[in-house]
Design a protein around this ligand. Structure first.
Ligand code: SAH
Length: 353
């Protein structure tokens, strides 16, 4: 039975489910979920991410994390964590670029937070020369000073959607129209977590709330504030999102999010304001466009250095990759970076005010 048939049977039996419940099942159902059953990345998959576009992305992130570690006195033991590491490419590039930073590898306790067994296997193969620990949730990451990166992780966490009606909200749900999955609205009810959105919305507006993203960021912020470290949270989204950003991608094209549960990638824009509030008492940086961040870290110099060995098509692909990561009309502006750090320390390089 397909996941779609499972969901239709369940909704027919017990009623509509929240968008968050639908998203969680579609992405991470243990045997039929999108991430549980495949590697979705790359040209042959459904979408491509920054670390898969060029090694420069991970190299610069690695040097940023290592510099931040040095700035905080190079603690002799720390956790180097990544959330949602995909194929492991970003962590492999981080580790290669930091191999010559004295003491960094020796002090790092590498921890990957990954829910998909298929992707964890790929990470294991790529990172087999390193001592790595896998856990499936942030709460299981061991304690200690924490330097962490997450690229396109928060956009995969389940959101709930609410439509304003007067001073109350109706939740957008997934129900049935005949035997097809269809969106509907629950009866109105109060939503205390959305009180602050009464200020910037009007009747009929739709807002999104991602409880798991808030919980994960609260955990990261508490650790960094107490024991030191820094986090780089990289994703698409804005300071505050308004409207429906729930979307599905299949074979690099946009599809209806209810069309193929388990076979399409589902995401929503990240609400960085919610993450920055959850991170307290850790400090947060200005929300910085990815292109600006990478330029400040020296991507142009790195691109030039790498290009000296390249000719023809490989040189052209390298130039295109640099442009794709940084140009405002490509990924440079759509993707944003939020840094978290202890209030009494320097912000991570590239994210200064
Ligand atoms: N960071 C990678 C992959 C992004 S895709 C890159 O930039 O290429 C999203 C990743 O998050 C995948 O590895 C997916 O399996 C993982 N993931 C999604 N939801 C998760 C959850 N709730 N807990 C842990 N990992 C999750």
């Amino acid at each position: 039975m397909s996941l779609r048939d499972d969901l239709v049977a369940r909704i027919a039996a017990t009623g509509p489910i929240t968008v968050a419940d639908y998203m969680a099942q579609a992405l991470l159902h243990p045997t039929k979920g999108y991430y549980s059953t495949r590697d979705p990345l790359g040209a042959a998959g459904d979408f491509t991410t920054a670390p898969e576009i060029s090694q420069m992305f991970g190299e610069l992130i690695g040097l940023c994390l290592a510099q931040s570690w040095l700035d905080q006195g190079a603690p002799a033991s720390f956790v180097l964590a990544e959330l949602g590491p995909g194929r492991g490419t970003l962590m492999a590039d981080i580790l290669r670029a930091t191999a010559k930073v004295p003491g960094f590898h020796g002090a790092a306790n590498i921890v990957l937070v990954e829910a998909s067994p298929v992707l964890a296997d790929q990470q294991r193969a790529l990172l087999n020369q390193y001592d790595v620990t896998w856990v499936d949730a942030m709460a299981q990451v061991p304690n200690g000073p924490l330097w962490l990166v997450a690229n396109e992780f928060f956009d995969a966490l389940p959101i709930r959607q609410f439509q304003r009606e007067g001073a109350a909200w109706r939740e957008r749900c997934v129900g049935l129209d005949g035997d097809a999955l269809a969106f509907g609205l629950s009866p109105t009810g109060p939503q205390p977590a959305l009180d602050h959105r009464l200020e910037d919305t009007k009747d009929g507006d739709l807002v999104e709330h991602c409880a798991p993203a808030v919980a994960v960021t609260r955990d990261i912020g508490a650790r960094i504030a107490a024991l030191g470290g820094a986090a780089l949270l990289i994703d698409y989204g804005d300071w505050r999102s308004l409207g429906d950003t729930f979307q599905a991608l299949q074979a690099h094209a946009s599809v209806d999010p209810l069309d193929a549960p388990g076979d399409a990638d589902l995401t929503a824009h990240v609400d960085f304001e919610a993450l920055s509030s959850a991170a307290a008492p850790a400090a947060f940086t200005r929300l910085t466009p990815q292109g600006v961040f990478l330029e400040r870290l020296g991507i142009t110099q790195r691109a030039r250095a790498l290009s000296t060995d390249l000719t023809g098509q490989r040189l052209e692909a390298h130039i295109k990759a640099h442009q794709r990561l940084t140009r405002p009309e490509e990924m440079g502006n759509l993707f944003k970076v939020l840094g978290l750090y202890p209030a009494n320390a320097a912000p991570p390089p590239g994210l200064e005010p």
